[in-house]
Design a protein around this ligand. Structure first.
Ligand code: GLU
Length: 324
């Protein structure tokens, strides 16, 4: 009896210790070491406005469910969320459509670059997963059927889940991507020919370019992911954004498909569900515990932040915790 009670107390102590861990020193150390990696990657330039960003920036922000915040470097500078926004639109659509969304898009890793066209033909216009561009376009198309003003709805959603009303689209980046969207247009028209896009392709691309151009800091993004850390419930106003099961599914998709053809490697290295964007942001989370965002604009050859990937591998290694 006494032995069991002691065991329970020790277990609770370990849980509390993990939850209230001071991550300050951990991220400061990583930041100090990895700053020397500047210059090893390359800023995305296929969207000209993204190439204007100063490559030598690096920030880390952690938000925990217990309400702790830890930051280092450029954690409060806003940058272009790009593909990280695909998690937001998928959550919005899943909320309304539930499992029906899987009629339009698959849920298997693609093993291909984010903007690849190759699988679409032999898979009859059904994209492999919602995080490659083709899949995200299908999700945006569905979202446009659900909301009269989809661009406003996306902003409202992101402001709500991050608890920050001061989040906007970067119009300059949205315009620049819109003017250089030939490949995404091709994906859109190709899927439309299979009947998997309902709206006018130009209109879908316009909403998509805006969602990618949401401007957020590492702190904003970590806060925005807390509802997933909390199994679907927004910790700021206790609203159930997704069911526990839907939240589990989103996390599983991030783990298997969140980093394009580097998804397996990210799972192997960091052991966390996460999502990257070509703006250089990477968000990942430990369910029930914390969300962490790293931003550094220089990308590796897979289109993921070079320093971001390295930071997250070191983070889970240093704290001895991941989802495994
Ligand atoms: N807006 C980007 C595109 O469509 C998103 C890609 C990404 O962040 O991976 O090319």
């Amino acid at each position: 009896m006494v032995k069991n009670t002691l065991k329970i107390i020790f277990h609770l102590y370990l849980c509390l210790k993990e939850k209230l861990m001071n991550y300050e020193d951990v991220i400061k150390n990583i930041y100090g070491e990895l700053k020397s990696y500047w210059g090893k990657g390359k800023v995305a330039d296929y969207i000209p406005a993204l190439a204007e960003v100063n490559p030598r920036q690096y920030g880390i922000a952690i938000e925990t469910l217990e309400g702790q915040s830890f930051q280092v470097g450029d954690a409060e500078i806003r940058f272009s969320a790009q593909s990280i926004s695909k998690v937001f639109t998928l959550a919005m659509v899943t909320r309304h459509l539930g499992d029906e969304i899987w009629k339009y898009v698959g849920r298997e890793p693609s093993g291909n670059p984010f903007n690849s066209l190759v699988q679409l033909e032999y898979e009859h216009g059904i994209p492999r997963n919602p995080f490659i561009n083709a899949g995200a376009l299908v999700v945006t198309d569905r979202l446009m059927s659900l909301y009269d003003r989809p661009k406003d709805a996306i902003l409202d959603f992101v402001r709500k889940i991050s608890g920050n009303d001061d989040i906007y689209y970067d119009k300059h980046i949205a315009r620049s991507e819109r003017e250089h969207a030939d490949r995404n247009m091709a994906l859109g028209y190709f899927m439309k020919s299979f009947g998997n896009i309902e709206h006018d392709v130009e209109a879908v691309i316009d909403v998509y370019c805006h969602q990618c151009a949401i401007s957020m800091s590492c702190v904003d993004l970590s806060r925005a992911f807390l509802f997933l850390v909390n199994h679907g419930k927004n910790p700021f106003h206790q609203e159930q954004v997704l069911t526990t099961s839907q939240s589990k599914r989103l996390g599983a998709l991030m783990l298997t498909c969140g980093f394009y053809d580097e998804s397996g490697d990210f799972a192997f290295r960091a052991g966390l569900p996460g999502k990257s964007g070509v703006g250089g942001g990477v968000v990942a989370y430990i369910p029930g515990n914390l969300a962490i965002t790293v931003w550094s604009p220089e990308l590796n050859c897979h289109g993921n932040s070079l320093i971001g990937m390295e930071t997250l591998e070191r983070f889970t290694t240093d704290i001895g915790n991941s989802i495994f």
